[in-house]
Design a protein around this ligand. Structure first.
Ligand SMILES: O=C[C@H](O)[C@H](O)[C@H](O)COP(=O)(O)O
Length: 223
């Protein structure tokens, strides 16, 4: 089974968590499979709140109404992919540059269901370059500060986020304490969002595997 088939398997398994109402929808290739699956039950939901222009376009293409988060209130569920997850369901996200809106919709949702293929589960976060969204005038300053924190920031040249900002991808990190590192980077002037999701981790991780979808709950972690 290839990686895309495992993403599709995880995405389809997430449908079981959708109970109607308004669904928070993330961004990326795994979420694209989820949007396609959501379209098969669109009569049972009120609509979606989207985390990116790309997901909005796909949702609308399926005839799923896209609502403004400001008028949707608290969402019961948010479904999104990840670039990495540890076993506490703390994540690295933002490979597609949608991290800021993703973090907002995740924060506004009661349950965060993360969908991924099994390769995304890691012991320690940081092998995947950590995306950091920055205000354009702060790019060099934030990059210097990230070097002081032990990383190697690379400017994602030519890429502008849906919010009009830039992305630095920080290589060579081994993030032993994701919660503390998220807060530390959030506190740098000019940082809009760091792609660590530890303050608001996922509640459920569904991994596509060659042996079927595997579900891990944050509550299962006892260490
Ligand atoms: O900005 C992008 C998002 O955080 C994605 O959820 C993440 O990059 C995973 O994407 P994919 O499902 O394509 O692996």
């Amino acid at each position: 089974m290839n990686q895309d088939a495992m993403k599709k398997q995880a995405a389809e398994a997430a449908l079981a968590y959708v109970e109607g109402g308004v669904v928070g929808v993330g961004t990326g290739s795994t979420v694209n499979h989820f949007i396609d699956a959501l379209a098969t039950i669109k009569g049972r939901i009120e609509g979606a709140v989207s985390s990116s222009e790309a997901s909005t376009e796909r949702l609308k293409g399926h005839g799923i109404p896209v609502l403004d988060l400001n008028s949707a209130g608290e969402l019961s569920i948010y479904v999104d992919g990840a670039d990495e997850s540890n076993e506490r369901l703390q994540l690295i996200k933002g490979g597609g540059g949608a991290l800021t809106r993703e973090k907002i919709v995740a924060a506004a949702s009661r349950q965060f269901v993360c969908i991924a293929d099994e390769s995304k589960l890691v012991k320690v976060l940081g092998r995947f370059p950590l995306p950091v969204e920055v205000i354009p005038m702060a790019r060099s300053y934030v990059a210097r500060e990230l070097v002081r924190l032990g990383g190697t920031p690379i400017w994602r040249e030519g890429f502008v986020t849906d919010n009009g900002n830039l992305i630095l991808d920080v290589q060579h990190l081994e993030i032993a304490d994701p919660l503390q590192f998220e807060q530390r980077i959030n506190n740098l002037a000019g940082v809009v969002t760091v792609g660590i999701f530890a303050l608001r981790p996922a509640d459920v991780l569904i991994l596509g595997t060659p042996n079927g979808a595997k579900t891990i709950k944050a509550a299962d972690f006892s260490g």
